[in-house]
Structure formats: C-alpha cells, structure tokens
Design a protein around this ligand. Structure first.
Ligand code: SAM
Length: 357
C-alpha cells in the first residue's frame, strides 16, 4: 500500500532514524550474543581474556575466521573490548555478568533466547493476526520454554524466599511448620523447586497444562533433591485437583491464561480458610502512558507475540496482556472471588499481589 507523505520535519526524521538504527544494532547484537552463548564463546573469552581471535578459536574449536567476525561485531557493539595494539579481545567483569554468568539475575542470555524464539515463531504470529486466531503456548519453539526458565529462575532465586514470601501475611510460618501449596502454570518448575528446597516440611504441587514442561520440572526436582516434597501434574488452572491449599502461587502465567477469572475462581475454591494467593505478574502501571518506556516496550512486545496469542488460543480468550497493571489484575481477582487484594512486594520487573477471599 503506497503511503502519502507530506510536511516532513528533517530533524525529527533524523532523530527517529538514529533511534531505529540503534534498535537494529541491538537486534543483531542479541542474535550474535545468542550464537555466542550456544558456542560457549563468551564463557571461554571471559576465562582466557585477553585473547586474540586465534586463541579464542583454539580454545573453543570454532573456525578462526568466524570467531574474528563475531568478535568484531561484539567489539563494535561494546559487548567485548578490543585492543588494536595487541589485537586482543577481552571482557570486563560487567560484560562477563551480562553475557556469561549463568544463574546471575543480571545475565541476559535467557532473555535473548526468548527473543530469538519470537523471531523463529513470527510466521505463526502473523498468521494468527490475519486469521484472528490464537497460538498455543506449546506451539512455540523449544527455546522459548528454556529461555523463560533461564530468565526467570535467577529472579525467583533472588527474591522469592528472601522477600516475596516474607511479605505475605503469616505465610512463612505456615510454610515452616508444613503447608500445602499449589504453584499454577509452573512451567519448568523453577519457583516450585526453590520453595520446596527452602521449606522441606511443606508439600508443593506444580500444575501446568504443557506436558513437556511438567516432564522437565519432574527431572529438575529429582536433580535438586526435592522429589520427596514436590508433585507435578499436567492439568489446566481451572481443573487442578485438591482442596485446602494454604498457599496458591502463579508466577508470570495468569495473563497467559484464556480464562484468568475462571482460574481465580477455581483457586479461591481450592484454598483453606485463611489461605493466601500470591500472584506474580510483570511490572506495569495502569495505563499505556505509564508503561511507555523500554521495559514496557519489551513486555508489550512479548505480550503481542506470545502471551496474547496463548490466551486467545484457550477458552474465553480474555487476552489480559502482560502489562495489565494492578488495577486490572485486581478486577480479575475480585471477579474470581478474592475480596482483598494488596501489593505485597515489587521489583523493577515484577509486581507481587497478595489476594485473599
Ligand atoms: C510465561 S510461562 C511461566 C512459567 C513459570 N511459572 C515460570 O515463571 O517460569 C507461562 C506458563 O503458563 C502455562 N499456562 C498457560 N495457560 C495455562 C492454563 N490455562 N493452565 C495451566 N497452565 C497454563 C504455560 O504452559 C506456561 O508454562
């Protein structure tokens, strides 16, 4: 379709051009970062730094010409450093954290992996727009599930036991003496396993409707030594079994559900008297204006490409979106039977709501 353009402001055009060129550089940079992660190039460079391209090639078994071009792009982008006198490349501790420190909350590789999966799955998303259909969570490429786990797990490890659970009224005491907990939409089970490790007297049920994720969670739980107090099951959020849960949690999954109100209704009915529902959702304000910043752009983009299509592939297909904000989330919780809702904690990337019937 030809677009008619008049009255161009040259300086505004150049300003936008500059911004978009930066975005293009970033999109290429993170793809190369993903390649480097798969080939262990960053961890090797961090280990032997400073090193020539030949030395990095020798230590990783990757062709020197490929390594040199990859290093050059990384140096041009400021992801690694280059010394023209010695022809050596190096990484600062800060660069090593972002690109090579697996498990560090500031390491971005899981994030990159999730972005790459969105590029891979783009044809399905465009077709969903065209056909006004959804795309089920399970139809995404494998690296989405692994990227989600890699990105979220360090954040949960850093915040869940030390600040989020203690911020809930009376929950820590119940967990210490022995509580029954359900973690809904648990994915690969990161949050379930972290809680099960911290509270061995409690029993943790991890529920998710994506079978490969549940199989993965079971393996992870065995490896982490918490098979005794974790039970994982393939089931939807509206159909999971059991009653009298003292604590129900959802981490970054309610907005992916087709019927979040129905899920909340089921959760409310499955809880013990005085039970608590902890809802963790992406950080957001209550309006587009408040969310118009780089993190908001990232979340709205993931929401467009993953969360909204996932929700719209399920019954009801509410399409809450990943930037719903506390006000809208509270409406959903109220409709689902939770009369009391408060913000118990927050980080720059998440809000943590405590809901009670
Ligand atoms: C973004 S992932 C979050 C996974 C996990 N909670 C975490 O934080 O790593 C969303 C999860 O919600 C699950 N999910 C989406 N809709 C669901 C539903 N209706 N019932 C059960 N699980 C659902 C997906 O299978 C996926 O594992």
């Amino acid at each position: 379709m030809a677009v008619k353009i008049e009255n161009v402001n040259q300086s505004k055009l150049e300003e936008l051009q500059g911004k978009v060129i930066g975005d293009v550089a970033g999109s290429m940079g993170l793809l190369l970062a993903y390649v480097g992660d798969k080939l262990d190039l960053y961890s090797a460079l961090a280990e032997i730094s400073p090193a020539t391209s030949q030395e990095l090639a020798d230590s990783t078994g990757v062709n020197e010409r490929y390594v040199r071009e990859w290093l050059s792009a990384n140096a041009a982008g400021g992801y690694v450093n280059y010394d023209p006198v010695s022809s050596q490349f190096s990484m600062t501790p800060e660069q090593a954290i972002i690109f090579a420190a697996e498990g560090n909350p500031a390491c971005m590789q899981g994030f990159f992996q999730a972005v790459v999966s969105s590029y891979t799955d783009e044809p399905k998303i465009t077709e969903a727009f065209r056909q006004n259909k959804g795309v089920p969570w399970g139809d995404h490429s494998e690296c989405l599930f692994c990227g989600t786990e890699r990105f979220f797990r360090p954040m949960y490890a850093e915040n869940l036991i030390g600040s989020w659970l203690p911020a809930l009224d009376g929950v820590r005491e119940k967990l210490e003496s022995g509580a029954k907990v359900a973690d809904i939409g648990c994915g690969h089970g990161s949050s379930t396993i972290i809680m099960a490790q911290a509270y061995p007297n409690s029993t943790f049920y991890g529920f998710d409707f994506h079978e490969p994720s549940i199989e993965h969670a079971q393996e992870r739980a065995r490896a982490a030594g918490v098979a005794r107090n974790t039970i994982f099951e393939v089931v939807t959020a509206k159909e999971y079994p059991g009653k009298n849960y003292d604590l129900v949690t959802i981490f970054d999954a309610l907005h992916d559900m087709g019927d979040p109100v129905g899920a909340c209704d089921h959760i409310a009915k499955s809880m013990s008297d005085g039970g608590t529902f902890m809802l963790v959702e992406p950080f957001a304000g209550d309006s587009l204006e408040e969310n118009s910043h780089p993190l908001g752009q990232i979340y709205y983009s993931f929401s467009t490409l993953i969360c909204l299509p996932a929700s719209r592939s399920q019954e009801v297909g509410l399409g809450l979106g990943a930037q719903a904000g506390q006000k809208r989330l509270t409406e959903v919780l109220n409709e689902g039977g939770f009369g009391q809702v408060r913000r118990a904690a927050e980080t720059p990337t998440n809000i943590v709501l405590e809901a009670r019937v």
